[in-house]
Write a protein that binds this ligand. Structure first.
Ligand code: UD1
Length: 334
């Protein structure tokens, strides 16, 4: 019998890629998602991509705050572990609507932990974020770096009281190489790559570059962009680590250890897509750090995991997804 893993937020960007890797790895995946920022079409495509393993995926449209619904699910099936990816993640919105973020990201976590405990399921992989490092005084950021959540979104991601593996994602980008699943943000994208992608397909006229006076090689902000397929693999590595009895609560960075500037990213995307990305230079975006990239030794050593892909690969995969799905999972412009 395949081992069953519950994936919250499994229809979203990170979740869908993780579910696919689970299925291909021989696991059974049960997805719960409330489809606020995601699409059921992603589930269907993951099923197709998984081929013969596709039938090991089941989907339930559930809001995690709906405790009776979650209880019912746990009563119907025994889960070996939970991968909790569901959450709201727009930093700007979290500052404007902190209660919405605490309600979603904390209440979901509390209800989930209560139901897990009641059913004797005590293995959890939780998606945290490099946002907890704030503006780091020293790079690379290691798991021991001080955490300073500078916004409500960050604060909802820094609870480490349970026995779990916390994965601190750096900047997930790219898409599955098939181009069938990828990131499909609602509204105006906050993040760099989805915005560049929408300029490339003609949905937006130009990219605004936030800040050209940082102390970096070309003055623009530097981040650690990691291919979403590598990130998904990191979840499988974490699941395997949970079988190790010595694990209590552990934190791992998932990044590449390499920094890339905004302008380097634009150049790589232009090369991969053959499209010119018009730029508008602007002031720094409030709350942004100058340089953030990961120390990767701990994940390499203890999870036996390392990112395989680099900037050219994820730009090619991003463009493949974008050119096949210019409006994401919607067939055309809304
Ligand atoms: C943001 C979030 C972080 C989240 C991550 C997911 C903040 C403070 N943090 O990080 O919590 O986990 O996304 O990937 O927002 N940029 C532009 N123009 C744009 C958009 C971005 O120049 O239209 C620049 C930014 O100034 C930054 C870089 O591109 O230097 C990356 O920005 P973004 O993709 O938003 O990621 P982060 O700010 O690193």
């Amino acid at each position: 019998m395949a081992r069953s893993i519950l994936v919250t937020g499994g229809a979203g960007y990170i979740g869908s890629h993780t579910v696919l890797e689970l299925l291909l790895g021989g696991y059974k995946a049960v997805v719960v998602d409330k489809l606020d920022n995601s699409s059921e079409i992603a589930i269907k495509r993951v099923q197709e991509l998984a081929g013969e393993h596709g039938s090991n995926l089941t989907f339930h449209e559930i809001d995690l705050r709906d405790k009776p619904a979650l209880e019912k699910l746990f009563a119907s099936e025994k889960f070996e572990a939970v991968i909790h990816v569901a959450g709201l993640k727009a930093v700007g919105e979290s500052v404007q609507k902190p209660l919405l973020y605490y309600d979603n990201n904390l209440i979901c976590m509390i209800v989930l932990l209560e139901v897990m405990a009641a059913h004797g399921c005590k293995k959890l992989v939780f998606s945290s974020s490099a946002t907890v490092y704030g503006w780091p005084k020293v790079v690379p950021c290691t798991e021991e770096s001080p955490i300073s959540a500078t916004n409500p979104y960050g604060r909802t991601k820094s609870d480490s009281t349970w026995k779990i593996i916390l994965l601190r994602y750096f900047n997930p980008v790219g898409a599955h190489p098939s181009g069938h699943i990828g990131e499909d943000p609602r509204g105006i994208p906050n993040n760099l790559i989805p915005f560049i992608q929408q300029v490339a397909v003609g949905r937006r006229p130009a990219l605004t570059v936030y800040g050209t006076d940082y102390k970096t090689t070309d003055g623009t902000g530097v981040r650690d962009y990691i291919h979403v397929v590598d990130l998904a693999d990191g979840h499988i590595a974490a699941l395997k680590k949970l079988a190790d009895p010595s694990v209590g609560c552990e934190v791992y960075n998932l990044g590449t250890g390499k920094g890339t500037s905004v302008l380097e990213m634009v150049a790589a995307f232009e090369k991969a897509s053959g499209k010119k990305i018009p730029l508008v230079m602007a002031d720094r975006r409030p709350g942004d750090a100058e340089i953030v990239y990961a120390g990767t030794e701990k994940a390499e050593r203890e999870l036996n995991w390392k990112a395989k892909y680099g900037i050219q690969e994820f730009c090619i995969d991003q463009w493949n997804w974008a050119s096949k799905n210019p409006y994401g999972y919607e067939p055309q412009a809304p």
